[in-house]
Design a protein around this ligand. Structure first.
Ligand SMILES: O=C(O)CCC(=O)C(=O)O
Length: 393
């Protein structure tokens, strides 16, 4: 894990999403450091939800993390806006956990930076979340945009409430919007009350969906700091619902003070809801790391086609097509010997983590919902034609 963290530090912060190129850099750095990865864990132990202040007991571990952190954010730290505090105190910002009776846990509570992240274990129940998993997976036109370095290591879709028509630009890519399907409105009506929003008027008007089809798929360190969301200049709320396999979600500070705890992490299981609130996009990066590092994949001798088209053959990881990045892909093959993986672990890792859908509902401005009338109309129309809509799914 340490090897991976150190290597990750070479990733350029100007590339907000991790691409195959990042993975190559990461692997090259891992090779340079020659720090072997630990063997994969069959069932990762639960990560306790903890606020940084409560993690003092882990100081030894934190020191290790500090040593491993070689990178610095490419921008200089912003000015502190309130004496020793980075942001003015949260007086007006109500936390989602304060808006409902649901048992929310804050695993990041950084009052100085007015940055918060919370977790709510599946409030829908297993049957509902399984039904939603199938519905969202089948009912979404998934895209896998190409980056300069190959296919993005996950699939995605960008949905908006009409008449919104904004594309989502990130990592040098543009994802065209799809109007909220009827099921999205139904899903929000089920999920948003758990976050304290029962009125259509308060519900998010845009949503990013990610599909991670196996344990190698991921999203690298980034912030949802695009202008569209204004999260670097005002308080915003990002709400995500995870469906399917369990993945890890990590947050890390952009400008830590010496000796400061770097971040927080949380396990996200089927049906769990997670938030990032306040100024988190200004002060923290987040990611969903791969559960199976590529160099562990290289240990496997059997043929396998990964969900993004890369082929594993005779222990070699080959790109989907021979392109100019072939040379770098070949570099992957020169990595130090990966730890051995027995067949049972292999099967479990890949088969158990085949599918994980995460979608992020973004409230662009607190309490602002300027499509209420349109949304009511869509809902009324869709309700009238619901038979057809459900049949499609
Ligand atoms: O999949 C997740 O939980 C996080 C997704 C994410 O960070 C994003 O879409 O910006």
């Amino acid at each position: 894990m340490e090897g991976r963290r150190g290597a990750k530090s070479l990733i350029s912060w100007s590339q907000p999403r991790q691409t195959l190129a990042d993975a190559i850099l990461l692997l090259k750095a891992a090779r340079a450091k020659a720090v072997p990865s630990p063997p994969p864990v069959e069932e990762p132990p639960p990560v306790p939800a903890q606020a940084p202040a409560k993690r003092k007991a882990e100081e030894g571990e934190e020191k290790e993390e500090k040593k491993a952190r070689l990178w610095q954010h490419e921008d200089p730290p912003p000015p502190k806006l309130a004496g020793e505090n980075w942001e003015s105190p949260r007086e007006k910002l109500k936390l989602i956990g304060e808006l409902t009776e649901e048992p929310w846990t804050y695993f990041l509570k950084d009052e100085s930076r007015r940055s918060f992240a919370a977790h709510l274990a599946n409030p829908l129940g297993k049957a509902r979340s399984a039904a939603w998993f199938a519905k969202v997976r089948m009912g979404t036109k998934w895209l896998q945009p190409s980056t300069r370095w190959g296919p993005m290591p996950r699939k995605t879709a960008w949905m908006v409430a009409q008449p919104c028509s904004c594309s989502y630009y990130y990592g040098g890519m543009e994802v065209q919007p799809i109007a909220y399907p009827m099921w999205m409105l139904e899903l929000m009506q089920e999920v948003m009350p758990k976050c304290g929003f029962s009125d259509l008027a308060e519900m998010p008007d845009s949503c990013n969906l990610n599909l991670y089809e196996d344990g190698t798929q991921m999203v690298g360190w980034h912030a949802d700091d695009e202008d569209l969301f204004q999260g670097k200049s005002k308080d915003i709320r990002i709400i995500s619902l995870s469906l399917g396999a369990t993945r890890h979600f990590e947050l890390e500070l952009n400008w830590p003070a010496p000796e400061e705890v770097l971040g927080a992490k949380q396990q996200l299981a089927d049906g769990d809801i997670c938030t990032m609130e306040g100024m988190t996009q200004k002060h923290y990066m987040h990611r969903v790391p791969e559960e199976v590092p590529l160099h562990t994949v290289l240990a496997k001798k059997d043929d396998l086609t990964l969900s993004d088209g890369r082929r594993l053959s005779g222990g070699e990881l080959l790109p989907p097509e021979k392109k100019e990045e072939e040379e770098e892909a070949e570099d992957l093959l020169e990595l130090p010997d990966p730890p051995p993986m027995d067949a049972r672990t292999w099967k479990k890792t890949f088969l158990w983590q085949v599918i994980s859908i995460v979608f992020v509902l973004i409230v662009t401005q607190l309490g602002t919902w300027y499509h209420e009338e349109e949304l009511r109309k869509i809902l009324a129309n869709s309700t009238a034609g619901r038979g057809n809509d459900s049949a499609e799914l």
